[in-house]
Design a protein around this ligand. Structure first.
Ligand code: F3S
Length: 393
């Protein structure tokens, strides 16, 4: 792989031990995937932020490199942490967990990373442009940026994203290259898609078939960006889809050839089956929406739906701190809290320790959360659309 003189200097320790270690990781990655060179990245999103996911070994690694002076070179955001960093006590996160989570965040802050812990960085101040090279980790954010925005990122691991942030570039391979962005299968949709949960069910079904292939959708008549983030998140969870195209909806779709592709047909029957597979529980003791993190539009919609109601069960809307602040300024947080709900920032139902907080059955409208909650959080899942979730809450 070609390296500039400066990059060779970084690899040979000219910028210190931390940079040398991160460079070695990037060069190794580039060699494995036969990258020709490094390419500059416009921004990075780092996963491996929740103490629940990284534990003591992850924390020790972060504290070590922060202590040795690691600094990021490009705009870098964080994936959700394991708790709401401001209201953790009020929501009921355990104190012992909070102590460790704060240490993780301190290490990231020392590196110059933006203290914005969200899987929707594109809604919270980190919006890449079409064709911009970036290095993001969280699978739904990767899917959204590649597919809906048309930016270019591989599905980075936590360490490779952090290395890209510290060095400012990433190896040129995979989805950074035109030839690897072509679709592998044509998905013809003939079903009514109304709620985010319908898009989640569609994504759950297609992700299982696609694996890491690139689907090209036809027949999705209308979808807003919230629907598309729900679709991509579910496909990235049940499969490993990092890029999809949707006719008339995503920016690269019209440039793609679909003749001769394998055809998958999805109708009402398949959607119903996906709903049935995702439902493993009956009566939720916690309802959580905002996976991926809720947009302001979603918060407005939910606030209108629950205004004046009295929710009996804990009801969380997960979102970024930026969205929560905007919701608070609009009076939405007050409306939601009056109805018995909470806007929970910086975290989500999957990366927070909800099982330790006594919850056993969680109601969600996200195909991604429905896919992960049984394994990651030992939860039974009730998967419904938002209106039915509100009724059950
Ligand atoms: Fe985001 Fe957590 Fe869902 S990281 S995509 S809200 S599982």
């Amino acid at each position: 792989m070609y390296l500039t003189k400066e990059q060779e200097n970084m690899l040979n320790g000219g910028h210190g031990e931390v940079v040398e270690r991160q460079m070695r990781l990037l060069v190794r990655l580039g060699e494995i995937y036969k990258a020709d060179k490094m390419i500059d990245v416009g921004s990075v999103q780092v996963a491996g932020v929740s103490y629940k996911s990284i534990g003591d070994p992850g924390l020790e690694f972060l504290e070590d490199i922060a202590h040795k002076g690691a600094k990021v070179k490009v705009l870098t955001f964080l994936n959700p942490a394991g708790m709401d960093m401001e209201n953790w006590r009020e929501i009921g996160f355990p104190e012992s967990f909070a102590t460790m989570q704060k240490k993780v965040m301190d290490a990231f802050e020392q590196m110059g990373i933006v203290m914005s812990a969200t899987c929707t960085p594109y809604l919270a101040g980190n919006l890449p442009r079409f064709r911009e090279h970036i290095a993001w980790s969280e699978s739904s954010a990767v899917s959204f940026s590649n597919s809906v925005i048309g930016a270019r990122t591989n599905r980075e691991g936590g360490p490779s994203a952090l290395a890209a942030a510290i060095c400012g570039f990433t190896p040129n391979y995979g989805l950074h290259l035109d030839e690897n962005r072509k679709p592998h299968m044509l998905v013809k949709v003939d079903a009514k898609l109304e709620y985010n949960s319908d898009f989640g069910a569609l994504g759950y079904h297609v992700g299982k078939i696609a694996g890491s292939k690139i689907p090209y959708f036809t027949g999705i008549k209308n979808a807003n960006t919230d629907n598309l983030k729900a679709l991509g998140a579910a496909m990235a969870a049940s499969g490993a889809v990092a890029l999809y195209h949707a006719e008339g909806l995503t920016p690269e779709a019209s440039t793609m050839e679909t003749k001769g592709l394998e055809i998958i047909e999805v109708g009402e029957k398949e959607l119903k089956e996906a709903y049935a597979k995702l439902n493993t529980g009956k009566d939720p003791d916690l309802v959580v929406v905002g996976c991926p993190h809720a947009s302001l539009r979603e918060i407005i919609t939910i606030a209108k739906k629950i205004d004046g109601k009295h929710l009996k069960k804990p009801f969380w809307i997960c979102t970024s701190r930026v969205m929560k602040d905007a919701a608070t300024r609009m009076g939405l947080t007050a409306t939601i809290e009056k109805a018995g709900g909470k806007i929970v920032a910086d975290t989500c139902m999957v990366v927070s320790p909800i099982e330790e907080m006594g919850f056993k059955t969680t109601g969600v409208d996200s195909g991604k959360a429905g896919n992960y909650l049984p394994g990651f959080c030992k939860q039974s899942v009730v998967f419904k659309n938002i209106d039915d979730l509100i009724k059950s809450g």
